[in-house]
Design a protein around this ligand. Structure first.
Ligand code: SIN
Ligand code: FE
Length: 298
């Protein structure tokens, strides 16, 4: 597994699309699966001249902080503007989604036909001073797990790119290996209440059934964010992603926190652990190994 000192793997690519001269890297699945962050410092998402006006927090609904595309139909949420603004914003997000998808196909040929395109987001609001509850505070180290959106074990593969027009990096912290992290927090997670998964789904609180895996991932997410002493003292390092940099990570596996920055685009894909090159590295398999049981319906 990736040691924190060598968690970054830097790639020289300068094009998204396979077949182009700057499309250099292929087949780095195992690197991603062992918890590395793939960093492409020369892979810039280029905004069109007319799109540069969107580098302004006023296009984001203050209540949501992200502008996002959902599902196959690419419905846009969280944006404010007139009809022309909204149309052009949506086109920009769709272009990013298409480029990110082309990149994923090239970097991860083993996942071909298995990656499920999930949300696309544009984050025009500065990280600093983004008021939230402790549970939503992404300046605290965490692995991604979302209360309303259980994955039932599917992986969260995310491609990020810093589109800041000036010099401002997006500054993250990254933490220790998933298994070392889980070993500390797993024993503190209470067992789920019987029927909880069914009830949350019946009440439409969750989009699909929350399994015992999802319960444990939320427990790890919350446990990490709630423990301020651990936040300060755990093994970690700061990483600054300059404007024009793209990076790729399994965010359900790699401990991460965002400390500062503004203007980022992000594409999420879901992947069944069975379609990994090394399924045993998936959080589902790691947690099943540690608990000694199948982490399905609860
Ligand atoms: C996160 O996934 O925790 C936030 C990443 C970011 O906004 O840079
Ligand atoms: Fe996160």
């Amino acid at each position: 597994m990736a040691h924190i000192d060598e968690i970054l793997q830097t790639l020289g690519d300068s094009d998204w699309q396979d077949g182009q001269p700057g499309a250099l890297t292929h087949a780095v699945e195992s690197s991603l699966e062992t918890g590395h962050v793939l960093v492409l410092p020369q892979l810039r998402f280029v905004l069109r001249t007319a799109e540069q006006r969107f580098l302004d927090p006023r296009y984001a609904d203050p209540a949501t902080k992200n502008i996002s595309l959902r599902g196959e139909a690419a419905l846009m949420r969280g944006a404010v503007g007139n009809a022309q603004d909204l149309g052009e914003l949506r086109a920009m997000l769709i272009r990013f989604r298409d480029q990110a998808t082309a990149l994923a196909q090239r970097l991860f040929p083993h996942y071909d036909g298995h990656l499920k395109v999930a949300n696309t987001s544009f984050r025009p609001i500065a990280v600093e001073g983004r008021a939230t509850s402790w549970r939503k505070d992404d300046t605290r180290l965490h692995v991604d797990a979302f209360p309303s959106n259980p994955t039932q074990g599917a992986r969260l593969l995310r491609i990020f790119t810093n589109v800041h027009p000036g010099q401002q990096p997006r500054v993250w912290r990254v933490g220790e290996d998933f298994q070392d992290f889980a070993r500390q927090f797993l024993p503190r997670i209470p067992r789920p209440l019987p029927g909880a998964g069914w009830l949350l789904e019946a009440l439409h609180i969750t989009k699909q059934r929350r399994t015992e895996f999802d319960h444990l991932m939320l427990g790890l997410h919350d446990g990490a964010k709630a423990d301020l002493a651990w936040q300060r003292s755990c093994p970690q390092r700061e990483v600054a992603f300059a404007p024009g940099t793209t990076w790729v990570v399994f965010s359900d596996q790699v401990l991460h926190a965002v400390m500062s920055g503004q203007f980022m685009m992000e594409q999420t894909f879901w992947l069944d652990p069975a379609d990994q090159q090394q399924p045993e590295a998936a959080p589902l398999r790691v947690l099943e190994q540690m608990t000694g049981r199948r982490l399905g319906m609860m």
